[in-house]
Design a protein around this ligand. Structure first.
Ligand SMILES: Nc1ncnc2c1ncn2[C@@H]1O[C@H](COP(=O)(O)OP(=O)(O)OP(=O)(O)O)[C@@H](O)[C@H]1O
Length: 254
């Protein structure tokens, strides 16, 4: 697949922090219209890869393109097409949800009337309308994920990149986020998200990549990657999980 035909294309992305190689040369093509899950254990390099892919962290080497636009050479065009929910949801959190959405929309140069209308709809659909004057800093973890998603969706991006959107989210909010993402993808949008949760990835994704030790170990459609097995089995095999022998921690038995 060529860079022009992918919603997101990564070539040779690499990043080192002091002595640690966080990402060791990632190539990936995310087809337009796909729902792409990036799986990996803690420390695999998911956040670092996605941050470089969306223009938040400058790579040591490599390039990223959003719908054919180079994220680092032409960031304005790429970022217009892109909605991002970063890890840890770095938000301006001394604002209410409505204020935060207004701030985001106006920063993007959107018409204030459109921002107001979309913000009200997003707050309503994401069940954040009742939060009223509550500041985002006082939101629960799940509410912060939802307002982060609302900020990412506000300008109607063609590609959504979400870092751990389901982490620390209760089942009701998770179902809501899933529904919104499914609708977004059905409407022609492309979603890339990182996760440790196999069940969510298996349920939602058309494509999956497994990242470990800073490189992509497997990628393809969900069926190509898991074959006859469960995604969890493939993941554990690829990542090299440790199996308990039963002899450790014997002092835990009464
Ligand atoms: N700012 C930083 N400074 C130093 N080391 C970092 C920094 N960011 C990430 N690393 C290191 O790079 C590696 C990859 O981290 P990264 O956060 O990308 O992994 P991850 O797959 O997102 O992990 P998790 O699932 O735990 O969030 C880790 O070894 C991490 O300690």
């Amino acid at each position: 697949m060529t860079v022009e035909h992918s919603a997101l294309a990564l070539r040779g992305l690499a990043k080192r922090f002091d002595g640690t190689i966080a990402v060791a040369g990632v190539d990936l093509d995310v087809p337009a219209g796909s729902f792409y899950g990036l799986l990996g254990p803690n420390g695999a390099g998911k956040t670092t890869t996605l941050s470089m892919a969306v223009g938040l962290l400058r790579p040591d080497a490599g390039s990223a393109w959003v719908l054919g636009h180079d994220v680092w050479q032409d960031p304005l065009t790429a970022k217009r097409l892109l909605g991002v929910m970063p890890d840890g949801v770095r938000l301006f959190d001394r604002l209410t949800g409505a204020e935060l959405l207004a701030y985001n929309g106006l920063l993007r140069g959107m018409d204030p009337a459109v921002v107001d209308q979309r913000a009200a709809e997003l707050l309503d659909v994401l069940a954040l309308g009742d939060a009223g004057r509550t500041l985002v800093v006082d939101y629960s973890a799940g509410m912060k994920k939802k307002i982060g998603l609302a900020c990412a969706l506000l300008h109607g991006p063609r590609l959504l990149v979400l870092d751990e959107p389901f982490e620390a989210v209760d089942p009701v909010s998770a179902a809501l986020i899933r529904d919104i993402l499914t609708r977004y993808a059905a409407g022609g949008g492309t979603v890339v998200f990182s996760s440790h949760v196999m069940e969510v990835v298996e349920r939602l994704c058309s494509h999956v990549a497994i990242l470990a030790g800073g490189t992509i170990k497997r990628f393809g459609t969900l069926d190509e990657v898991r074959g006859e097995r469960s995604l969890e089995q493939v993941f554990v095999e690829v990542v090299g999980g440790r199996t308990a022998t039963g002899e450790e921690l014997s002092w835990l038995s009464q």
